[in-house]
Design a protein around this ligand. Structure first.
Ligand code: 13P
Ligand code: SF4
Length: 354
């Protein structure tokens, strides 16, 4: 159970024994029972930067999902070992773009005669293979906190962007932040021949959006926004940009998990907020800010936790820390050399964005 005192004591003891040899990173969507042991918490961007800037911790225990641990491995030195406490902690969105599908897409763009004008921009929520594809073709990675700057950069390099794999972040950034219209965007469906698009449609588009989405954020609807506004007069609606365009368009504020936290820290006492992002984070923020008189509710009660983020629980963390303390390297995430080289290129382009 979350408060199992025995497990808490064991995690503490193993961490103490490891000392400076271990560094624990925790994504904001992690459970409270896990987040209490994180040396640093953050959104995807902050955690990638912090992993890269880590002094010589031999082990980086990543409490988050697989693509984050891969990115940490790519950005850390070869003798640092990245550990994911449960190897089944994946991300359904990242799984929606495979290397084979993306290579096929590039062939379709080549056939249509536009590949040379296209710059790939891949969301952090993608496998190392997709990041390597992105690096190889002159593109960059982005996260929800720098997607606008990444698109600005990409449109300085070329005329079109292939945005992988989250269609919603791609569309929301293009329309909300870059002044494009919905008609500038087309959706490439990897399960249809030629992505379900004609060569003319591809040539006319500025943003080619991969047909991927987050199974958690995709469930917030325009109805949830309208309902909460009716229920709580004066409520501020704050959502993550992985939500559908109609939800983002109806919200008052949009931003990454780190942005959401900062916005609530700055909010005045007595203000009311409905938050559209993962439930662990929303609950933690509701509890944290209630004593300051800030009312924080979950945007839609029918939406549940991110099931893969939740796979990292206290028993898995204890097992990983105790194994490392006993000298057993478990659940190491290691990207192969060639993939790493190209993926690193793309990640470093992101870290160098103004
Ligand atoms: P951020 O923490 O970068 O906002 O990303 C949210 C997310 O869904 C990560 O999987
Ligand atoms: Fe992936 Fe969505 Fe879970 Fe984030 S919240 S890890 S995008 S499934």
């Amino acid at each position: 159970s979350p408060s199992d005192p025995d497990l808490v004591a064991r995690a503490r003891a193993a961490k103490e024994k490891l000392g400076d040899k271990v560094f624990v990173l925790g994504h904001h969507y992690q459970r409270d029972e896990v987040i209490q042991f994180a040396d640093v918490t953050g959104d995807s961007f902050k955690l990638a930067r912090d992993a890269a800037a880590r002094p010589q911790a031999e082990y980086i225990v990543f409490c988050g999902v697989h693509f984050m641990a891969e990115s940490a491995d790519i950005l850390t030195s070869d003798d640092q070992k990245v550990v994911l406490p449960d190897l089944a902690a994946g991300c359904s969105m990242a799984d929606m773009a495979t290397a084979e599908q993306v290579a096929e897409c590039w062939d379709v763009l080549t056939e249509a005669g536009i590949a040379e004008q296209v710059v790939p921009v891949s969301y952090m929520n993608s496998s190392a293979d997709i990041k390597a594809f992105t690096g190889k073709h002159g593109g960059t990675i982005c996260t929800s906190s720098n997607a606008k700057r990444a698109l600005e950069w990409a449109f300085e390099q070329g005329e079109k962007v292939l945005f992988l794999p989250d269609q919603h972040l791609g569309r929301n950034t293009a329309v909300r932040d870059m002044g494009m219209s919905l008609e500038d965007c087309v959706v490439y469906n990897p399960h249809r021949p030629n992505g379900g698009l004609t060569a003319e449609e591809l040539r006319a588009a500025k943003m080619i959006l991969w047909r991927g989405h987050c199974s958690v954020h995709g469930r917030f609807s325009l109805d949830s926004v309208n309902d909460v506004r009716e229920r709580i007069p004066g409520v501020n609606v704050l959502v993550h940009p992985e939500c559908k365009h109609e939800v983002v368009a109806a919200a008052d504020y949009v931003g990454s998990t780190e942005y959401i936290i900062k916005a609530l820290e700055a909010a005045p006492a007595g203000s009311k907020w409905a938050i559209g992002t993962e439930l662990n984070l929303v609950r933690r923020l509701a509890n944290r800010f209630a004593p300051e008189g800030k009312e924080i509710v979950f945007l839609d009660k029918t939406v549940c936790f991110c099931s893969t983020m939740n796979r990292i629980d206290l028993p898995h963390l204890v097992w990983a820390l105790e194994s490392l303390a006993e000298g057993n390297l478990v659940n190491r995430i290691q990207v192969d050399k060639e993939t790493e080289a190209f993926a690193k290129l793309a990640l470093e382009r992101m870290l160098a964005l103004p």
